[in-house]
Design a protein around this ligand. Structure first.
Ligand SMILES: *Cc1c(COP(=O)(O)O)cnc(C)c1O
Length: 416
């Protein structure tokens, strides 16, 4: 059976308006927006009743297995504006070694490293850049710890957008170079991502760019939302018991929670919702601290440091949305040490053939810790998000030298 092509088949769209995530104030759709007038993230709202009449879960089955199969849940009005690099659905991979070691429970790893540009940032930027194209943006900028910048560069180049990316100067070198190679103007900044974000904000007027920072425009989160739609569909519209998500700016977690709310309202899923777990590194854990203190907002985390660069986010503008989702779901926020992240990464690679990114490995370390502390049970069905390919990060030096001019000693080669 040939699948319907989601990139060329026009489909009805259902955006009704945008809404301030804090005050609920309504703003018109189909315009360029940054933050709400009060300075909070905007959320896209849909006429879900009409959507539910137009689309049934089984209609999806005949569509090509990519992000655009959820078109009715996305803000883009016209196919002509879709900017796509092949956003395939990502697999749910079992890690049998990990599962055995942790007592035999059901664990699934959603491997987002298979997406274009090697991370789930492709979901957000595919939709944000498509919307930017639809709304006439010519120039865009963002701060990035690497993966978002790479996705902006790639999708921007594809769309003919001029892009500017500002990264902490200690971002993994591979990330910095891929950003430049894919056509963005890259700047290395002697600060952290929030410092880079300030530069992007300051430059809006003088440089005339659109600010695509996390949650400072409303459409990246709609792309990230497809992670939740896709997970629900892949699991036969039965959500897991717990989701561990490596949390930086939080768009993925907020987006998934939004997806589940929309699916619930449509009646495509029952009332069972996963407990959402925000995983952070001990060296940068503002959300964990705020969760534990019962606060609505997080404080700026001083001297943020972790090998999991994608979650080195000392301050998140959507902190209250992350905390809300975690609390509403009955979940929790948990921090893990870099040493445990590295150990988990090594174990997953050796035992299960999974080269996780450090952020993905952080969810493994967090699951181990949560099981040990009784926050999660072995009987829980758990999904871990590996948000990027491990190939994008520095790896330990390895390999033994062999001299071609000497006879090879295979006894030595195979000696353990
Ligand atoms: C950006 C990023 C994260 C954090 O994602 P948010 O949804 O912004 O919290 C986690 N892992 C990787 C690999 C990332 O690139």
């Amino acid at each position: 059976m040939a699948f319907a092509d989601n990139l060329t088949e026009e489909r009805p769209t259902f955006v009704s308006h945008l809404e301030c995530g804090m005050t609920g104030e309504r703003l018109p759709a189909d315009r360029l927006h940054q933050l709400s007038p009060q300075g909070w993230p905007l959320l896209v709202r849909y006429d879900l009743e009409a959507l539910g009449r137009a689309l049934k879960p089984q209609d999806l089955e005949r569509r090509a297995p990519d992000l655009w199969r959820y078109r009715e849940f996305l803000p883009l009005r016209s196919c002509a504006n879709i900017v796509s690099l092949g956003e395939s659905m990502t697999p749910l991979v079992t890690p049998p070694g990990l599962s055995r070691r942790l007592g035999g429970g059901e664990i699934l790893v959603k491997d987002e490293g298979r997406l274009p540009t090697g991370s789930f940032k492709a979901r957000g930027l595919a939709v944000a850049v498509s919307m930017a194209k639809e709304l006439g943006v010519k120039r865009a900028a963002m701060p990035s710890n690497g993966n978002a910048g790479a996705a902006l560069a790639a999708y921007g180049s594809r769309a003919g957008l001029e892009t500017f990316v500002f990264c902490p100067d200690d971002t993994p070198e591979v990330n910095l170079r891929e950003i430049a190679l894919q056509g963005a103007r890259l700047f290395r900044v002697n600060g952290l991502i929030n410092d880079c974000g300030k530069i992007v904000g300051l430059g809006r007027e003088p440089a005339g760019w659109f600010d695509v920072s996390t949650l400072k425009e409303p459409y990246r989160i709609e792309g990230k939302k497809t992670m939740g739609l896709e997970l629900a569909e892949q699991l036969g519209w039965q959500l897991p018991d717990v989701i561990f998500y490596p949390t930086g700016g939080g768009t993925g977690l907020i987006g998934m929670w939004k997806a589940f709310a929309e699916l619930g309202e449509l009646g495509w899923i029952d009332g069972h919702r996963p407990r959402m777990v925000a995983v952070q590194a001990s060296g940068c854990a503002p959300i964990v601290k705020a969760f534990e203190e019962g606060s609505e907002h997080a404080e700026l985390w001083p001297q943020a440091q972790t090998v999991a660069s994608g979650i080195r986010v000392p301050a998140a503008i959507g902190d209250f949305l992350i905390l809300r989702a975690v609390r509403e779901s009955g979940g929790f926020a948990i921090a893990v040490d870099d040493a445990d992240i590295e150990a988990a990464q090594g174990a997953a690679a050796r035992e299960d053939g999974l080269l996780l990114c450090p952020e993905g490995a952080a969810t493994v370390a967090a699951l181990e810790k949560a099981l040990a502390e009784g926050l999660v049970n072995v009987s829980d069905r758990v999904v871990l998000y590996n948000c990027g390919s491990g190939l994008k990060y520095p790896m330990p030096a390895a390999g033994e030298q062999l001299d071609l001019t000497q006879q090879i000693d295979f006894e030595a080669v195979t000696r353990l």
